[in-house]
Ligand binder design. Structure first.
Ligand code: GTP
Length: 359
C-alpha cells in the first residue's frame, strides 16, 4: 500500500451501538474487544500503516473511555485528539464538529465500525488526481439490496444515493470511508445533527459538486450486528481480514495471556479466548469471542457467539449465534439459538434506560 502525507484522519466513534446491546452497555462499539484488542485498534493500525499520523476521534456515547485507553496515541506512533459532542450530532454533524482540529486540506473520514482492506493510499491519490470535493470508498458486495446503493458514471462520478431497493442498479454501496476536501467540511452546518449519507452527500450532488467514487472489492465488513461482529473477529484471527494490531500470530484461535483452555476442549474457527477466560474439559468454542473472564463449562458448545466480560455458560449448554452480556449466566443444558441475547441481571445504567426508550 502506497503511503500518503498531508492527510488528517477523522474517525466517527460516537454511536450508541444499539444493535450490539447488551455488549455496548459497558463499552462503546469501537472499544469492544475484537481479536484481543479494542476494535478501534485495528482501524488505527490500518491508518498508521498508510503513513497517516494525525487522528481526530469524534466521540459522544461513553466519550471518556477512548482517551483513557489510547491517550495521546504516541504508543501507536499516532497523534490522537478527541472531540466530544455533548449531544450526538450524527455522522455529518460529528465531522463538522472536528473542523477546527484539522491541519491539512485532505481529510479521510472513517466510520469506526468498519473492517476494510481497501487501499487507503490509492483512495487519497484518486481524490487528488480527479480534484473531487469528496471521494467515497464504494464497495462491491454480493447482495446490494441489503444496503443503499451508489451508482457512478463512466468517469467514476457519483450520480445518485439510492435507498435500499429489491433490485438496485449497481452492486456498489457506501463503504463508510470518505476523503473530504477540508473546505467542504466547513460548509456542513455547525451545531446541529446532520447525516452525511442523507443530507450532506445528496446535497452536494444536487448542487453539482464533484462527488467521486473509488470502487473496491477487497475485504470489507460492517461489524455493527452480533453476527458481523463475531465474523469480523474470527476473520482477524484467521488472517482473512487485514490488521497490524493482532496480539499474536494468525491461526485457528487466539488465546490471550492468562486464559485457560482444557487440553481436550476444542477452540477453533478464529475464536478468541480473553484474559482470565476459561474453557473447560470437552467444551467446544467455534468462531466465537470470549471477553476477559468469561467461562464455558464442561461439554458446553459455543458457536458464532459473544460472551461478555465474566459471562458464564453452564455445563452442556448449547449456544449458536448468541450474545451473552457482561456477567450474565446461561444455565446448564440450556439451548439458545440464533439471535438470542442474554442480558445481565443487574441494574441498568441510567444511560441504557434512556436509550431503550429512545429506540
Ligand atoms: P447502531 O445504534 O447499532 O445503529 O450503531 P451506531 O450508533 O454505531 O450507528 P451506525 O452504525 O449507523 O454509525 C456509523 C458510525 O458513525 C459508527 O462508527 C458510529 O460510532 C458513528 N456515529 C453514529 N452517530 C454518531 C454521532 O452522533 N456522533 C459521532 N461522533 N459518531 C456517530
Amino acid at each position: 500500500m502506497a503511503s500518503v502525507s498531508g492527510v488528517d484522519a477523522v474517525i466517527l466513534v460516537g454511536g450508541k451501538g444499539t444493535r450490539l446491546r447488551p455488549l455496548t452497555l459497558s463499552a462503546p462499539k469501537p472499544m469492544l474487544p475484537t481479536a484481543g484488542v479494542p476494535f478501534l485498534s485495528h482501524v488505527l493500525s490500518r491508518i498508521r500503516a498508510v503513513g497517516i499520523t494525525h487522528v481526530v476521534l469524534g466521540t459522544s456515547y461513553r466519550a471518556e473511555v477512548f482517551e483513557e485507553h489510547f491517550g495521546d496515541g504516541s504508543e501507536l506512533g499516532l497523534d490522537i485528539e478527541y472531540v466530544a459532542e455533548s449531544e450526538p450530532l450524527d455522522t455529518g454533524g460529528a465531522i463538522r464538529n472536528v473542523a477546527d482540529r484539522l491541519r491539512n486540506d485532505d481529510v479521510v473520514v472513517f466510520n469506526g465500525d468498519i473492517l476494510s482492506g481497501a487501499d487507503l493510499g490509492a483512495l487519497v491519490t484518486t481524490h487528488r488526481e480527479v480534484a473531487a470535493d469528496v471521494t467515497l470508498h464504494l464497495q462491491r458486495v454480493d447482495d446490494p439490496s441489503r444496503f443503499g446503493s451508489v451508482p457512478t458514471d463512466a468517469d467514476g462520478r457519483v450520480t445518485a444515493f439510492l435507498e435500499k431497493t429489491p433490485n438496485p442498479p449497481t452492486d456498489q454501496i457506501n463503504a463508510g470511508c470518505y476523503v473530504f476536501r477540508r473546505s467542504v467540511i466547513e460548509e456542513i452546518p455547525a451545531g446541529r445533527p446532520v447525516s452525511v449519507e442523507r443530507e450532506t452527500f445528496p446535497g452536494l450532488l444536487e448542487s453539482g459538486r464533484h462527488v467521486h467514487g473509488f470502487v473496491d472489492d477487497s475485504y470489507w465488513l460492517d461489524v455493527g450486528t452480533p453476527e458481523a461482529f463475531v465474523r469480523g473477529s474470527a476473520d482477524l484471527v484467521t488472517g482473512v481480514a487485514p490488521t497490524e494490531a493482532l496480539p499474536g500470530p494468525t491461526g485457528e484461535r487466539l488465546v490471550l495471556d492468562g486464559a485457560s483452555v482444557a487440553d481436550d476442549a476444542v477452540v477453533t474457527d478464529g475464536s478468541t479466548i480473553g484474559a482470565g477466560a476459561y474453557v473447560a474439559s470437552s467444551a467446544q468454542v467455534r468462531g466465537s469471542v470470549l471477553f476477559d473472564g468469561a467461562s464455558v463449562a464442561e461439554g458446553a458448545v459455543v458457536e458464532r457467539s459473544v460472551l461478555g466480560k465474566g459471562a458464564r455458560v453452564g455445563k452442556g449448554a448449547v449456544l449458536r449465534g448468541v450474545v451473552v452480556g457482561d456477567g450474565a449466566s446461561v444455565g446448564a443444558d440450556c439451548e439458545l439459538l440464533d439471535g438470542a441475547r442474554v442480558w445481565p441481571d443487574v441494574e441498568l445504567p441510567e444511560s441504557a434506560i434512556r436509550f431503550s426508550s429512545d429506540a
